[in-house]
Design a protein around this ligand. Structure first.
Ligand SMILES: Cc1cc2nc3c(=O)[nH]c(=O)nc-3n(C[C@H](O)[C@H](O)[C@H](O)COP(=O)(O)OP(=O)(O)OC[C@H]3O[C@@H](n4cnc5c(N)ncnc54)[C@H](O)[C@@H]3O)c2cc1C
Length: 457
């Protein structure tokens, strides 16, 4: 049914990849006339945390061939790259890896085309932080930090990767995404990075790009770094039985068999892992809650380092640093952090030992990853939780939601949908482009169907 001219907008909160794609799909799915508000607190739309970087060394961690914004047009990003001055694009035997900033430009262009599309523009960009959704009738009044108020029929929460818990506490702690805020760095004192995953890889590149030539020490409990992409053929997903899915050790044994079979056939373990991707969420939902908790406790780190891999040029840069001794990877636990006058004193207990190592560092970059909803200080999420519109989901990782992307709060289900990293816990494979692009199309279609049902009632 065509919406009339007074149809209230649907708002999308957050214009990273998730929000941008949800807005584009809503424009296509909603009946003509119904506007879409896309709200973003950062200066640039279509970037989010992942694609705001301008550093050429910050490469996509997926091949360009897997980064199309649209699942029904799998070569869309590659075609875009071919038509643009693709500075910094790295072609390797394992595939083509583009700088993440270039991907942000791609998303920005998709958005610009939608805003300037012929006819009456239906996409409205609100460059402000959303601070509250006040329930009114079946919809909300959306309020922003800058004092705007918009009456809306529903909202998609696409707030993405939450800031971490702000640990460790120290005057010398800095955000790995804003290393410039750490002030002047001196070559004679090391920089400590807490975490040895992909954020650490980025932080090392950022430090070098801004001219820091001193020593870097990266510490994590196991000292594991992400694996590297290699030429890989995706294997078919295994046919898992109910028995395989009953316990984590059984499942692990089954996957190890798959890897052994692949290797015996001359193939690579990566193809087995990549083959699991389409069924990862099915596996996650099928495992009993106690087994999922066990996975988070014991296997998550191993899964992450194999699943989220480095582009070969990034891996080479890290290996060179380690080889030169300018980057030390340390497996151990941080015991204490004490702020001295001009630096921090950090003590670490190396894994498997009882001794303590003292590190005098000028700056501590927290690269431990993304925050949990259950611990967030994000003002909007805290307010929505207080209103009972949302609540932490399984294991406190993301939000509680149903398979139709509806957020669940203590006061039930309203016209509030969510997607992307905020679904972590309900889903497992929900943080990368190939997963989010499907979610964005699905959530838009579900919202359109919901509005149509309400209008017909
Ligand atoms: C450093 C990094 C690199 C990555 N690299 C890749 C990669 O190479 N390939 C891949 O597939 N995936 C990658 N990912 C995974 C990434 O999570 C997804 O690709 C995707 O970018 C997630 O987008 P998002 O919009 O959900 O979240 P985000 O990128 O976090 O964006 C959320 C946006 O919402 C805005 N926002 C939040 N709250 C409000 C509010 N209250 N009001 C207004 N605006 C708000 C934020 O400012 C932000 O712009 C990477 C992730 C990170 C962190």
């Amino acid at each position: 049914m065509p919406a009339n001219d007074t149809a209230l907008p649907i708002a999308v909160i957050g214009a990273g990849f998730s929000g941008t794609m949800a807005a584009l799909h809503l424009l296509a799915a909603l009946p003509g006339g119904r506007p879409v508000l896309l709200c973003e607190r950062a200066e640039a739309f279509g970037r989010g945390l992942a694609y705001a970087t301008k550093a050429p060394a910050h490469l996509l961690n997926l091949r360009a061939a897997n980064m199309s914004a649209f699942s029904d047009r799998p070569h869309h990003f590659e075609a875009w790259l071919a038509g643009h001055a693709a500075e910094g694009v790295q072609r390797t035997p394992a595939g083509t890896f583009a700088p993440r900033g270039l991907y942000g430009r791609y998303l920005g262009e998709l958005l610009r085309q939608a805003v300037t599309a012929e006819g009456r523009p239906r996409l409205h960009l609100v460059n402000d932080a959303v601070t509250d959704l006040e329930p009114v009738g079946g919809g909300f009044i959306l309020r922003t930090e800058g004092g705007q108020a918009h009456r809306i029929d529903g909202a998609v929460l696409a707030a993405g990767n939450l800031a971490g818990p702000g640990e460790p506490r120290s005057r010398f702690r800095a955000d790995p995404w804003h290393v410039d805020q750490a002030g002047r760095l001196h070559a004679h004192l090391p920089v400590l990075i807490v975490g040895t995953g992909l954020t650490m890889v980025d932080a090392v590149a950022t430090l070098r790009e801004r001219g820091y030539s001193g020593r870097i020490i990266a510490v994590s409990r196991r000292g594991l770094m992400p694996a590297t992409h290699a030429p890989t053929e995706v294997r078919p997903a295994p046919n898992l039985t109910t028995r395989d899915l009953r316990s984590l050790p059984t499942l692990l044994r089954r996957i190890r068999h798959e890897v052994a079979d692949a290797q015996a056939a001359g193939a690579d373990w990566r193809g087995v892992l990549d083959g699991l991707r389409p069924i990862t969420d099915f596996i996650w939902r099928s495992l009993p809650p106690a087994e999922r908790a066990r996975f988070l406790r014991h296997l998550r780190t191993f899964w992450d380092v194999h699943r989220h891999r480095m582009a070969p040029p990034s891996a080479r840069a890290i290996a060179d640093e380690v080889g030169r001794g300018s980057l030390t990877i340390l497996a151990g636990r941080i015991r204490t952090i004490t702020d001295a006058e001009a630096h921090a004193v950090v003590t670490v207990r190396p894994r498997g030992t009882e001794r303590t190592v003292r590190l005098d560092v000028q700056c501590i970059l927290d690269a431990t990853g993304i925050g949990r909803v259950s611990e967030t200080t994000d003002p909007l999420l805290r307010r929505l939780m207080a209103r009972g519109l949302v609540r932490p989901g399984p294991f406190g990782l993301g939000l509680d939601a149903s398979p139709d992307y509806r957020a669940h709060g203590t006061r039930g289900i309203g016209r509030l949908w969510t997607l992307g990293p905020l679904l972590r816990g309900v889903l497992w494979e929900c943080i990368a482009v190939p997963d989010i692009r499907n979610q964005a199309a699905e959530v838009a279609a579900l919202i359109a169907a919901d509005l149509e049902r309400t209008e017909a009632a």
